[in-house]
Design a protein around this ligand. Structure first.
Ligand code: AMP
Length: 444
């Protein structure tokens, strides 16, 4: 089915063609007609499926068809991270280039002033992270009573990040009478509950099972002692002549340190994580995309929503604590139909994590020993605190204590969100008092 059969206007088709897209992806061919017919939609779709265009294109069309009776925003897209907000905002701009709609992005980490001015001038579409949006709302900068179309993008991630209270607050500010689209990579009881409260008789669309990426991507485990991981990574990059590799570490410090070490090994590298300014992150991403930087070292949260096409290599320098993060990570390779390879460097203490991941995948991952980097007999095979100071945790802390330290802030081992986005810790506390993870807001 060509794009022209979906009921989109000539202006939108022109913008789509300019992007070089010839055929709609499955989520697009199902969601676009549903949204245009003004149905609510509950869509199961991961990053990489073309989900952004699936809601952006019909949203733009609907807004051009209905005339604004006021200068208030008429469409609101909520995203979990500012990176994603920036990417969705960019898609809105690109697809809407031949239309006269005004859009803006609202997220934290940058000054409120320019956003407030843009709101004063009037916009049709707001793409926002929940925290900063609520900041504007509480200061009376934004009136959400004109919202006709509400999109929750990556709803599962928003719940994971503790945004449920913020989402509920936003919902109270928008009209009951509206069209709502909910996109989520995974389904859980929480998502079901949220959907039930938000959506009216939704069209349900499921384009790919969660593990589809996992099935498409070649996966390899290299068993290696922790202290040899960095050498092995440099070796793999050089020997394989990898020109573009996304490397995942568990912590921000680990990402920084690894990027520096790779640089010392003569491999251009940059770290991307929540402590970096928006400018630094954008720059690192641009350099990575242009090929000036060969290795981009990222934490899970920072990498989430990064728009990088067809990554040939993804490396798990450390396995994530949560198997789903593994699936998200390797989903970064082989996008848009091309193949990718996901390489995991697994030390003895990570075997329990590997077993958990293999349980979720429903199969074993092929293991390949690399000459000179084998795990020695002395390497512990159970997940126990390390004794050797040389094989310290990537967080920069030494054996024993450090892992507990990470575990304390979040039991799932992910980065604490407040630190992740560089937002001062006191912000948002009032709003989420006693809200557990909800206190840590992204994009505050
Ligand atoms: P998304 O799932 O929205 O993050 O999109 C994944 C990638 O697919 C983005 O880089 C889009 O530019 C690209 N894309 C979206 N729609 C299409 C299409 N119909 N054909 C080819 N590529 C597309």
């Amino acid at each position: 089915m060509p794009f022209s059969a979906l009921g989109l206007s000539a202006e939108l088709l022109r913008a789509v063609a300019a992007q070089g897209y010839t055929t709609p992806t499955p989520i697009q061919s199902q969601a676009i007609p549903a949204v245009l017919s003004r149905r609510d939609v509950l869509a199961g779709a991961q990053t990489g499926t073309g989900k952004t265009a699936a809601f952006t294109l019909p949203m733009l069309q609907i807004l051009t068809q209905s005339t604004a009776r006021h200068r208030l925003p008429r469409a609101l897209v909520l995203t979990p991270t500012r990176e994603l907000a920036a990417q969705v905002g960019e898609s809105v701009r690109v697809y809407g280039q031949h239309l006269s709609l005004r859009s803006m992005q609202i997220f934290g980490g940058v000054g409120m002033g320019p956003q407030t001015s843009a709101l004063k001038r009037g916009v049709d579409i707001v793409v926002a992270t929940p925290g900063r949006l609520l900041d504007h709302a509480s200061q009376g900068n934004i009136d959400l009573s004109g919202i006709e179309l509400f999109v929750l993008d990556e709803a599962d991630r928003m719940l994971d990040m503790g945004f449920i209270h913020d989402i509920r607050r936003v919902i109270k500010l928008i009209p009951r009478e509206r069209q709502t689209l909910l996109f989520s990579a995974t389904y859980s009881r929480e998502i079901e509950q949220l959907a039930k409260g938000l959506l009216k008789n939704p069209e349900q669309i499921e384009v790919a099972r969660r593990n589809t990426a996992a099935e498409r991507v070649d996966q390899i485990v290299h068993p290696v002692a922790r202290e040899h991981k960095r050498d092995l990574l440099s070796h793999l990059i050089r020997k394989g002549e990898w020109q573009q590799v996304l490397v995942f570490t568990r912590t921000k410090h680990g990402a920084n340190r690894l990027a520096q070490q790779l640089e010392r090994d003569g491999i251009t590298a940059a770290a991307i994580h929540g402590n970096k300014s928006q400018g630094a992150r954008t720059r690192a991403l641009a350099e990575f995309k242009s090929g000036a930087v060969r290795a981009l070292v990222a934490t899970d949260i920072a990498a989430r929503g990064l728009d990088i096409d067809r990554l040939p290599h993804v490396v798990n320098f450390e396995l994530p604590n949560v198997p789903e993060d593994y699936v998200h990570r390797i989903g970064r390779t082989g996008r848009a139909g091309s193949d990718g390879v996901a390489v995991s460097l697994v030390s003895g203490d990570e075997r329990g994590l590997l077993a958990g991941i293999e349980r979720v995948l429903g199969r074993r991952i092929e293991q390949q020993r690399i000459d000179g980097f084998e795990i020695t007999e002395r390497e512990p095979v159970v997940d126990a605190p390390r004794r050797n100071g040389a094989s310290q945790a990537p967080g920069g802390a030494r054996s024993g204590a450090p892992r507990k330290h990470h575990a304390r802030s979040r039991s799932d081992g992910r980065e604490p969100v407040a630190a992740r986005d560089g937002a001062p810790h006191h912000r948002g506390r009032g709003r989420n008092a006693g809200g557990g993870a909800g206190r840590h807001r992204q994009g505050a």
